[in-house]
Design a binder for this molecule. Structure first.
Ligand code: GLU
Length: 375
């Protein structure tokens, strides 16, 4: 892919994410005007032959409105109840308006576990592909009614990027009530300028992220996290304002709108993306200076000899983080041995593994192919 916006015209698969502030008023009542505009644009690009996946927030916000709550609910049961009510309200509206344009939609509610468990991850992907093959527009949200905080992704920016990566979309469009990424908060600083393109999420860019609105959860921080996932997955991200007329259509025509985050030159393969962004970390391996250098500088695997300490209880096949002697996380990877076994072989040579634990399937504790360096 070139790095010209004109390339966007040929994109076939697009994920569009819309935030709570775009689909609901501050009172929690649905913003029918905006939803109508969004649905018309998506139906139109669908008619153009593109596959579109809509990730929508607003279940908790509209549920709170319907239940007459004074703001965003605070406790878990309140959020779950609001989501149960609001998700139905949202789907009813989407279904009705999409039907006016002859488009069939299907609701998909996901949780973190659907991404973290590799089998469920592959199942979710198959389900999504089947829907797209039927010409259906999947409408996705987090399953807020069953997902309690510990197992929650928590924000739909990250969710939409994981979805884009899951189904190998070419583009992720994040729509909210702000025109893009600015050099300062445009609501507070009149001199703030729109940044039209980002090629790398540097600490300076991260420092530009501010807070979030009244009913939604996402601010710029989660949008940058989402862009980072997308950039490593070969997905172009555009951050734009749903209030701008025909914004989705303009973006896909290659016209200047919002901020574009270009994908990195070296896209991670599927498995590494899964390790980096989806898998749950079950423990931690501390390594010595030499091993840290071998991983960071020389592209090597992690051998038992470099491991100094094991944290947590985990099985072979789980994902762990790897920390250098200063305790800094330097990588994540899938282990070939359990925590009990690694405790016995740490600091030892690979040739001694069978003598110590009675078997040896691999020389490495974490093979290079199953390891990603901290991004
Ligand atoms: N899943 C939440 C909802 O539908 C939204 C999360 C977010 O604001 O990103 O209310």
């Amino acid at each position: 892919m070139g790095d010209k916006r004109s390339a966007f015209q040929s994109f076939k698969r697009v994920v569009v994410k819309v935030g709570t502030s775009s689909v609901a008023y501050d009172t929690g009542k649905p913003n029918l005007y905006r939803i109508e505009s969004l649905v018309r644009q998506i139906s139109d690009i669908h008619n153009l032959g593109k596959e579109v996946i809509l990730v929508t927030s607003g279940a908790i916000g509209t549920g709170a409105g319907k239940l007459g709550l004074p703001g965003r609910p605070k406790t878990i049961p309140e959020k779950q109840a609001a989501a149960a009510v609001g998700q139905g309200v949202l789907m009813h509206i989407y279904e009705k308006i999409f039907a006016e344009y002859g488009v069939t939609v299907g609701q998909v509610l996901l949780t973190r576990e659907d991404f973290a468990d590799r089998r469920r991850f592959l199942n979710a992907r198959n389900a999504m592909h089947a829907l797209l093959q039927y010409g259906v527009i999947p409408i996705i949200n987090e399953n807020d009614t069953v997902a309690v905080d510990e197992i929650k992704l928590g924000d739909n920016d990250n969710l939409s990027a994981l979805v884009a990566s899951l189904i190998d979309a070419e583009m992720l469009i994040l729509l909210s009530d702000i025109d893009g990424l600015f050099t300062a908060d445009p609501r507070k600083n009149p001199d703030a300028c729109l940044i039209k393109e980002v090629r790398e999420i540097t600490p300076e860019i991260e420092a530009l992220a501010g807070g979030s609105g009244r009913l939604g959860t996402g601010g710029m921080t989660t949008k940058l996290q989402a862009a980072k996932i997308a950039m490593h997955s070969g997905v172009v991200t555009v951050l734009a304002n749903l209030k701008e007329k025909d914004v989705v259509r303009n973006i896909l025509s290659g016209e200047p709108a919002g901020t574009v985050f270009w994908p990195c030159a070296n896209k991670m393969d599927n498995k590494k993306r899964w390790i980096a962004f989806n898998s749950s970390v079950c423990g931690r391996l501390h390594v010595d200076e030499g091993a840290a250098r071998a991983l960071l500088k020389n592209g090597k695997s992690l051998l038992p000899s470099g491991i100094t300490r094991v944290e947590g209880n985990f099985e072979m096949g789980n994902t762990v983080s790897i920390a250098d002697p200063d305790g800094r996380e330097i990588a994540k990877g899938i282990v070939y041995y359990s925590s009990v076994e690694i405790n016995l072989i740490k600091g030892e040579q690979s040739r001694d593994i069978p003598r110590i634990i009675g078997h040896k399937d691999y020389d490495e504790v974490v093979h290079r192919n199953n390891l990603v360096l901290e991004l």
